[in-house]
Design a protein around this ligand. Structure first.
Ligand code: FES
Length: 146
């Protein structure tokens, strides 16, 4: 990765960290709520989603964690909006592959800002930070189906 791209990606991550999108909680109870912690550091995140007509119409998060985990949560809550649960889980699988440095289908979704996190795959200890919100989202959708 060129250092310019690295710098750009770092800026995108810091922007999501400092100006988180969808941070907060829904006030009504008609939401899917899931809490998850990162076992390696104990940081915790709560993801809430609203489902209507078979799609995720909105998502919010609160939690504590490092800049990578919170930036990733911010990006995830934007990315899932408008997706069906199946699509959201497929996107999470693609994100996970990207973080693990595996090949992934770049064309299936417009990943946008999310691609800024791919540099984290070089730091194995931080991969769980980046995937925390996504795993929580997946678990929430999975539990909802069962
Ligand atoms: Fe705890 Fe990253 S160090 S989530």
């Amino acid at each position: 990765m060129s250092s310019n791209l690295d710098t750009l990606y770092r800026q995108v991550i810091m922007d999501h960290y400092k100006n988180p999108r969808n941070r907060g909680e829904f006030e009504d109870e008609d939401t899917l709520t899931v809490n998850m912690n990162n076992p390696t550091c104990g940081d915790r995140i709560q993801i809430q989603m609203k489902l209507e007509d078979g799609k995720v119409t909105a998502a919010k998060f609160v939690g504590e964690g490092c800049s990578i985990s919170l930036a990733s949560a911010s990006m995830m809550t934007q990315a899932v909006k408008g997706l069906t649960p199946e699509e959201a889980k497929a996107m999470s699988a693609i994100f996970s592959d990207m973080m693990l440095g595996k090949e992934y289908d770049e064309d299936r979704f417009d990943l946008g800002d999310i691609e800024a996190l791919q540099g984290v795959s070089k730091f194995p200890a931080r991969i769980k930070c980046a995937t925390l919100a996504w795993k929580a989202m997946e678990k929430g959708l999975q539990d909802h189906e069962e």
